[in-house]
Design a protein around this ligand. Sequence first.
Ligand code: AMP
Length: 140
Amino acid sequence: MATERTFSIIKPDATRRNLTGAVTKMLENAGLRIVASKRIRITRHQAEGFYAVHRERPFFADLCGFMTSGPVVVQVLEGENAVARNREVMGATNPANADAGTIRKELAESIEANSVHGSDSLENAATEIAFFFKPEEIVG
Ligand code: AMP
């Protein structure tokens, strides 16, 4: 199995409820190592760029509004099969469909306010990491 890096966001619904530690603990318990982390406020411009693939979707404007509504914590996670492992511990997009024990089942509020983002492929992980981090900010 390969050691990979993936990208995670602890979303505004989770930071608002003081769940940064709770989410982080679930990531670490899943075998993921946090090799970069910063709390930031995403700009509208950044949100629209990050979610550009969803530009035509009906929820795009709301999603960008939500992601800029409060602080987020952007993170780089490292571990064996990190992309898949993170997706597993995150759970389904809609918390109503997420498995018990996943972050979204245990913590998320709704399909939009679903507490975490995680890259869906190794290729997107690299792009998303580069969107928010300089190489020297990642310390493995
Ligand atoms: P993804 O690129 O898969 O992370 O999707 C982007 C985000 O858009 C999801 O994590 C949700 O926060 C939000 N989202 C996805 N589908 C919907 C939907 N049907 N209604 C509202 N928000 C959604």
